[in-house]
Design a protein around this ligand. Structure first.
Ligand code: 6PG
Length: 239
C-alpha cells in the first residue's frame, strides 16, 4: 500500500497513529511490542511526535522493546549514531528504561563481532524465529534501505539476521539487519520524504525489478504488511 501526504508533518502524524495501533495490537495479543527503528533524518519528526503530549499516553511504553534496523560504526553518543537520534527524541523524553532498548554493541569495535552479537541479542528476545511486530525503514536516494546499499555483499545474505556490510562509497562498514530478518516482520512501514528521492521512488515502486541496484525492492514481507508513506515531493513521479 502507498499513501501520499502533503508534507513530512502529515506523514509523521499518520505514522505515529500506525505505530500506536500496531503496538497496542501486539501488546493485546502478545503482551509485548517489538519494533526496529530506522535511522537517518526522516523519522526524527515521528519520534518527536511519539514523545509528544498527543501520543505519549497512547501506549504502555513499558511493553515496547526498541531495536535498530541498522547502525553506523560509531560510538552511541556520536552525532552520526542512529541510537543517539532515537535517544534524544524518544528514549530520554519518555524516560524509556535501558532494559527496553537494544542498541548495537558498537563498543565491541570489530564490526563482524558487533553483528554476531546483535543477532544473538535478537534471538534471545524471541522464542521462535525472530519476527518483529514492526520495522520502520527509510530509503536513500540511491535506493538503499537500512544499511543494505546497492551492490553490497549483505544484499545476498540469506541465512544470517544481521551483517557488517562494507559500503565502498562510504569507505566504511555499516551494521544492518538483513532481508531474511526484515521480511519476517508482521508489519513494515517505509517513511520517505523529499524531492531528491522521487526518481528512485518511481524506479523502486514502478520500475523493473533490479534489487541489486535498488535494494528497497527486496523488502517484501513473507507474511506481513508493507506500507509506503511518502510526501508529495517524493511521490511526484508516481502519477
Ligand atoms: C541510516 C538509515 C538509512 C536511512 C536512509 C534515509 O542509518 O541512515 O537507516 O537507511 O533510512 O539513508 O535517510 P534520511 O531519512 O536521512 O533521508
Amino acid at each position: 500500500m502507498i499513501k501520499v501526504f502533503t508534507d513530512i508533518e502529515e506523514l509523521s502524524n499518520f505514522a505515529a497513529e500506525k505505530f500506536v495501533a500496531v503496538g497496542n495490537d501486539a501488546i493485546e495479543k502478545r503482551r509485548q511490542f517489538f519494533v526496529a527503528l530506522s535511522g537517518g533524518s526522516t523519522p526524527k519528526s515521528l519520534y518527536r511526535l511519539l514523545s509528544d503530549e498527543k501520543f505519549k499516553n497512547k501506549i504502555d511504553w513499558h511493553k515496547v522493546f526498541f531495536f535498530f534496523g541498522d547502525e553506523r560504526s560509531v560510538s552511541l553518543d556520536d552525532k552520526e549514531s542512529n541510537f543517539r537520534m532515537a535517544n534524544e527524541n524518544i528514549f530520554q523524553p519518555l524516560q524509556i528504561s535501558d532494559s527496553n532498548v537494544f542498541p548495537w554493541r558498537v563498543e565491541l569495535k570489530d564490526e563482524e563481532a558487533i553483528a554476531r552479537d546483535y543477532q544473538k541479542t535478537i534471538e534471545s528476545c524471541f522464542r521462535a524465529s525472530p519476527r518483529f511486530d514492526l520495522i520502520l525503514l527509510g530509503m536513500g536516494a540511491d535506493g538503499h534501505t537500512a544499511s543494505l546499499f546497492p551492490e553490497t555483499s549483505a544484499l545476498s545474505e540469506s541465512e544470517k539476521l544481521t551483517a557488517a556490510n562494507w559500503v565502498e562509497k562510504l569507505n566504511d562498514f555499516r551494521l544492518t539487519m538483513t532481508f531474511p530478518l526484515i521480511n519476517n516482520a508482521r508489519s513494515i512501514i517505509f517513511l520517505v520524504s523529499g524531492a531528491e528521492k522521487a526518481k528512485t521512488v518511481k524506479e523502486v515502486l514502478r520500475g523493473r525489478y533490479q534489487p541489486e541496484k535498488f535494494p528497497a525492492q527486496s523488502v517484501k514481507p513473507e507474511n506481513g504488511s508493507l506500507i509506503w508513506l511518502l510526501d508529495e515531493k517524493a511521490a511526484q513521479f508516481l502519477g
